[in-house]
Design a protein around this ligand. Structure first.
Ligand code: SAM
Ligand code: SF4
Length: 326
């Protein structure tokens, strides 16, 4: 089988597919003023998504993550999930969500074929959670995590962006959670995007410092699993759960890159911090365009660069991660 491979020899079993730019939260580092339209709300339709995912699957992609914006604001999210999970070759369907209405919806997500969930929780303190997201919903989101587990979704991961002055005093609370529960917490280093330069300067914390702190407390780095994301996984014999560190500013972050992104409007993004997307939509209109679409994807991979340029403060075209699909 011809597979997606770039000039550096990296392969791409993992597609992160944004299904909408829209979000109902106002996270201070992402959409502090809430979501505002940046163009026509003409997001990929269910048949377009089907054609896209079939082409990727025929080129070796076996894991898809639905993201956004907030993917669950789409009324047809269950239809999308059911179709992607039923695509031949797709073995794992994950979704990243802010957890809105998760208690009521978790069982439906599972029934539609979602087998892994990342839920964003930046603080375990209800007031601080509300300040970051603009929503006093910590209890609902935590109940949603329990409901997802009860529905049989596994693994469940908590995404927590490291924020100086906001959640840096909460390490013990997060560690207590993984001591008790079989969860993975991914601590994500705040990324500088086009919109958040001032916020980044005030709140960025290095994940490397946290890593040293965890190693001092007896945490150990685990080997990387096939198809795994960019997180460095850590475990500790006294804890049921695990910790993942996502450190995009670390030296070798890009070496293990195994994912491609497609935006909600059908643009291929070769890198989260790349300069632009490649419009795939004209090739998503008919079933008989599949070979042409696959040839285009293979050709576009020739443009994928070895590394992002975040260290030179170059954030690419990404105004915020809701726009590109974080
Ligand atoms: N709305 C969903 C959510 O929040 O889970 C999915 C989309 S969101 C863009 C995906 C992830 O990116 C979330 O965990 C969010 O916390 C994270 N994120 C957003 N902006 C970020 C930034 N500037 N730096 C690091 N992580 C960010
Ligand atoms: Fe919305 Fe997710 Fe961005 Fe928060 S991080 S504003 S939930 S897209």
């Amino acid at each position: 089988m011809t597979v997606l491979e770039d000039p550096q020899g990296r392969r791409f079993p993992y597609l992160r597919l944004s299904v909408t730019d829209v979000c109902n939260f106002r996270c201070t580092y992402c959409l502090p003023d809430g979501w505002r339209p940046t163009g026509p709300m003409h997001f990929l339709s269910v048949p377009e998504i089907g054609r896209l995912v079939r082409a990727f699957a025929e080129l070796g992609t076996w894991k898809v993550r639905l993201t956004g914006g907030e993917p669950t604001v789409r009324k047809d999210i269950l239809e999308i999930a059911a179709m992607v999970s039923a695509t031949p070759g797709i073995r794992k369907l994950a979704m990243t969500t802010n957890g809105y209405h998760l208690p009521q919806r978790a069982a439906d997500y599972r029934a539609a074929g979602i087998d892994a969930l990342n839920v964003s929780i930046d603080s375990l303190d209800p007031k601080s959670f509300a300040r970051v997201t603009g929503h006093d919903r910590l209890d609902e989101v935590m109940a949603g995590v329990a409901a997802a587990r009860a529905a049989g979704i596994a693994p469940i991961k908590i995404n927590t962006v490291l924020l100086k002055g906001i959640n840096d005093g909460e390490l013990d609370a997060f560690l207590n959670l993984v001591r008790r529960e079989d969860l993975s917490i991914r601590f994500i280093e705040l990324m500088r995007t086009g919109d958040n330069a001032g916020y980044f300067a005030r709140h960025h914390l290095s994940a490397d410092d946290l890593r040293s702190q965890l190693i001092e407390q007896g945490w150990q780095v685990r080997p990387r699993a096939p198809g795994a994301g960019p997180a460095v996984e850590m475990s500790h014999p006294d804890y049921r759960g695990t910790i993942g560190l996502i450190a995009p500013y670390s030296k070798d972050f890009c070496k293990t890159c195994n994912r491609l992104r497609v935006t909600a409007r059908g643009e291929l993004q070769l890198c989260l911090f790349g300069d632009g997307g490649f419009d795939l939509r004209p090739l998503l209109q008919h079933e008989d365009q599949r070979e042409e679409l696959k040839a285009r994807l293979l050709a576009l991979l020739g443009h994928k660069k070895a590394s992002h340029a975040l260290h030179q403060n170059h954030t690419g075209r990404t105004p915020n991660l809701a726009f590109t699909g974080g």
